[in-house]
Design a protein. Structure first.
Length: 492
């Protein structure tokens, strides 16, 4: 986060110095600098997923069969990833700097509040004048700090007018915002230059207002006589910047209106920052295997779907014995679901294994390797003939999902709302749940996935929408199909 924010600050401030700093649109420049602080803080935490993979469950009218999701968890015996010693040192250095900066900020704020409470006060044209011999000319919101009050003194009245304009433009809010920002990016080499530029804009704004009602020569003479280089940064100091730059800016002709178009150049810069730091490709590219031969017909759903050796229980046991959580994924804390597709051919062999959607960090490769090495399946059949069938398997890498109250939903109550109401008529007899899946119009739904709740045991409805699954009568069924509202059916 800090690294990306630092680069954003570098690019945004570089843009300001190159294109905007010499313009006399002081209000616009001030807005740009404050907006830049917000951009630096928000761009690194924004996230836009760029999904370049095919839809893992497209509701396009084509029937897709997904095997029940298999979940693999990190081994409890696996050591937790450790942070390198150098990274720990850097983290502690940053935290120390952050705490010191925050402490200085609040000490400075408390010091100002103390001065406000303890000083002699006079009200002047809606502002409160605080008088103390130790003060330098400065302001904090509606409070104006003065070493002495000289009613009728021409120079002091000009100083008071100067500080009143700071108060009018709410420059103190900018100061507080920046100082908090500085606490976060205290280490950035440009932070002082950004601070000077912001406070310089404040002075330019005030100088322009003052010179509209006072002589520029008289005001410039006053600036030269009141040069002061000390003071804190939570107040607006009268002589905080190089007088030469301020006098030159007062003498500078106003920038032409068409030069405001330079601010539009910020838009492509913003787009660049978003692309660099906020857009993430959803999965890593995985080389795709050669597609099945053109003359080979591959089905998505058939009357009798392929079955793994030993059934789904045997399949799950195979995955449990052979699928490993990659060490790279453990170190990076990578979690998510890998969608694998493969074809069970007429001989029962697994062919053309590929990643439909991956998560990287070695998880995709581990899934492909495990599926390729799987034992033969019982081929699927259509019309009594063995056919090639495409299967889809979601494999979740990550901590075990917590169960929810949804498992207790009574029979027929729907969850996971989508486009319509999936209807399931089911009954239990002789150790088998059987039934038929229909859409809202009463038409059968082939290819619907039927699984036992909290297990990986399941089946798929055939071309007539029918299914059967061996299980206990108390088992809860979960029925789902792309584009429909899923249903949980509670057993007895």
């Amino acid at each position: 986060y800090l690294w990306e924010g630092s680069i954003c600050l570098l690019l945004l401030f570089g843009f300001y110095r190159i294109f905007l700093a010499k313009l006399t649109f002081f209000n616009w420049n001030r807005a740009y600098l404050i907006l830049s602080l917000g951009i630096v803080l928000t761009i690194p935490i924004m996230s836009f997923q760029i999904d370049t993979s095919p839809d893992a469950n497209p509701a396009t009218g084509r029937l897709n069969y997904f095997l029940p999701e298999y979940e693999i968890n990190p081994s409890l015996e696996s050591p937790l990833p450790t942070v390198p010693i150098m990274s720990q040192i850097i983290i502690w250095i940053y935290i120390t700097g952050l705490l010191v900066s925050l402490l200085r900020f609040f000490i400075g704020l408390n010091h100002i509040i103390g001065k406000i409470r303890s000083s002699e006060k006079n009200v002047h044209q809606g502002n409160t004048l605080l008088i103390n011999p130790d003060f330098e000319h400065s302001s904090f919101f509606q409070y104006i700090f003065l070493p002495e009050f000289l009613p009728g003194n021409k120079d002091q009245l000009l100083i008071i007018s100067h500080e009143q304009i700071h108060s009018k433009f709410f420059h103190t809010i900018d100061c507080l915002i920046f100082q908090l920002f500085r606490c976060i990016f205290w280490f950035h080499p440009l932070i002082k230059l950004v601070e000077n530029s912001l406070y310089e804009i404040h002075e330019y704004q005030v100088d322009r207002e003052i010179t509209q009602s006072h002589s520029k020569a008289e005001y410039s003479h006053l600036l030269v006589n009141l040069i002061w280089t000390g003071g804190g940064k939570l107040v607006n100091n009268f002589n905080q910047f190089q007088i030469k730059n301020r006098i030159m800016m007062m003498a500078k002709e106003k920038s032409k209106l068409k030069e405001k178009f330079k601010f539009l150049l910020m838009l492509p810069l913003m787009g660049l920052l978003i692309v660099l730091f906020s857009c993430e490709q959803q999965e890593e590219a995985v080389p795709a295997p050669p597609p099945p031969p053109m003359e080979m017909e591959v089905y998505d759903v058939v009357e009798n779907m392929p079955k793994p050796s030993g059934g789904l229980e045997g399949w799950n046991q195979y995955l449990a014995n052979n699928l490993n959580y990659p060490s790279e994924a453990k170190e990076k804390g990578t979690t998510g679901t890998v969608y694998v597709t493969f074809v069970v051919d007429t001989e029962g062999s697994i062919q053309w294994v590929e990643i439909l959607r991956g998560i990287g960090s070695g998880c995709d490769e581990e899934a492909i390797k495990t599926i390729k090495n799987a034992p033969k399946w019982e081929p699927g059949t259509q019309g009594g003939q063995k056919v090639n069938v495409k299967m889809r398997l979601p494999i979740r890498f990550g901590p075990k999902k917590a169960t929810s109250d949804k498992d207790n939903i009574p029979m027929g109550e729907e969850v996971d709302q989508r486009k319509g109401e999936l209807k399931v008529d089911a009954n239990y007899a002789n150790g088998v749940w059987s039934g038929i899946v229909r859409d809202p119009g009463g038409n059968v739904v082939p290819g619907a996935t039927i699984v036992m709740a909290e297990t990986s045991t399941g089946t798929v409805s055939d071309t007539n929408g029918r299914f059967s699954i061996e299980t206990s009568q108390s088992g809860n069924l979960y029925a789902s199909s792309a584009g429909y509202k899923s249903v949980r059916l509670k057993g007895k």
